[in-house]
Design a protein around this ligand. Structure first.
Ligand SMILES: [Zn+2]
Length: 75
């Protein structure tokens, strides 16, 4: 077999259809979608403390769940 880091388990976000790392999903949705659906409170225990989470997400495309890790070779 090949040598290297194992690819993370990917699951399709039911909201936007993008593949998202399963270990980052929240209630079955990508993190961004979960935030937009209100599944993430402002005091969620992600270890993040600060201003409104959505303020930090505006730098990313609004339909991107997990841009850094999302492969681009899937429809
Ligand atoms: Zn999504």
């Amino acid at each position: 077999m090949t040598v290297g880091p194992a690819p993370p388990a990917m699951r399709r976000c039911p909201r936007c259809g993008h593949l998202t790392r399963a270990d980052r999903m929240i209630k079955g949705y990508g993190r961004d979608c979960a935030a937009q659906l209100g599944l993430i409170g402002r005091t969620v225990d992600t270890g993040h403390v600060g201003p409104d989470l959505l303020d930090l997400l505006t730098e990313e495309p609004e339909d991107a769940c997990d841009g850094g890790d999302r492969p681009a070779d899937r429809p």
